[in-house]
Design a protein. Structure first.
Length: 321
């Protein structure tokens, strides 16, 4: 099989696992309910004082959620799950992952007017935040693909809303990276510091220990901050794979490096016949302004905390009748 195809398959297997974050996944549904219920409890407090003061009668009503700007839909399924459990009937005009334009209707709601009023803000928050993440991810993924077709954009664990943020990234075409601490082995600089004083000494030790636990995780990755450590880690990854006669996702996280430095390290990996044994990820200090420069470096993946910790909520509104 073509080595580029194998590489793409390994990357997909390791970092793109958002397909399991659906309402068919009971663990995911539990997280959705936990978050939405907590948001609503905080928002409602003891009561909706405005609604009570105006004496609005409890009569059947309807509402629509409308886009005030274009984007990628996310959070539609999650909002529907929560609203229906609160007595509101939901019809989706757009599905999660759909592209929409300004003025498009995303959802149509029917229920008691009092309910529609009290649930409005939390409901909008869910769809606005998740759609904002999906939209930013789609935009950056397309920009990266335009510069380097094989390079992918992935999230980090800087996720305010946990699995919901990860699903939003997935809907925008990005990778989830780790879903949580328990599904992959990611050896960071603080782990390495506990094993040896120099990264190039600590990385091989860490990989050798982690290799025995590989079947419990989707991948093994080690964070390095210099060329010597990157080469030492890659040589160890090659050795353990050759000894086991096994192709397993092994990643180098090139942390807080400039694109030129990364490009130089990738050249070194190729010259030493290490390229086919590892996948590479650029991480740290990557933004909308410099992401294309990192794509030009030739890495397999670019991880960005900004996808989830800095995404702007999309402008949506609810119109009630």
């Amino acid at each position: 099989m073509d080595t580029a195809v194998v590489r793409a398959e390994q990357l997909e297997k390791a970092l793109f696992r958002g397909g399991g974050l659906t309402l068919e996944n009971r663990d995911y549904v539990r997280e959705v309910r936990r978050l939405t219920n907590a948001l609503f409890r905080t928002d409602l407090g003891p009561k909706d004082l405005t609604r009570e003061a105006l004496g609005i009668k409890s009569e059947p009503g309807s509402a629509i959620i409308v886009a005030r700007e274009p984007g990628v839909a996310a959070g539609v399924a999650e909002l529907g799950l929560w609203l229906e459990s609160s007595g509101v009937s939901v019809r989706s005009a757009k599905k999660d992952g759909d592209v929409f334009e300004r003025g498009d209707t995303l959802l149509r709601l029917e229920g008691e007017r009092n309910n529609l009023l009290s649930l409005e803000r939390v409901g909008l928050n869910i769809v606005q935040r998740m759609s904002g993440i999906a939209t930013l991810t789609r935009c950056l993924a397309e920009r990266v693909r335009g510069r380097a077709p094989s390079t992918r954009v992935v999230a980090t664990r800087k996720t305010l809303w946990g699995l919901l943020d990860k699903r939003a990234v997935h809907l925008g075409g990005g990778g989830t990276h780790r879903i949580g601490l328990g599904d992959a082995i990611l050896i960071k600089n603080n782990h390495l510091a506990l094993l040896a004083s120099r990264e190039e000494e600590a990385a091989p030790l860490a990989i050798a220990r982690a290799w025995n636990f590989r079947k419990d995780g989707a991948f093994i990755e080690v964070e390095v901050r210099g060329e010597a450590a990157a080469l030492a880690a890659a040589e160890t990854f090659r050795r353990v794979q050759e000894e086991a006669s096994e192709c397993y996702p092994c990643l180098l996280m090139l942390d807080n490096m400039m694109p030129k430095e990364i490009h130089s390290i990738l050249d070194g990996l190729r010259k030493k016949d290490l390229w086919d044994y590892i996948l590479t990820e650029a991480s740290g200090g990557i933004s909308e302004q410099n992401v294309e420069a990192y794509a030009d470096s030739g890495v397999d993946a670019i991880s960005m905390g900004a996808l989830t910790h800095s995404a702007r909520a999309l402008d949506l509104c609810q119109r009630i009748s």
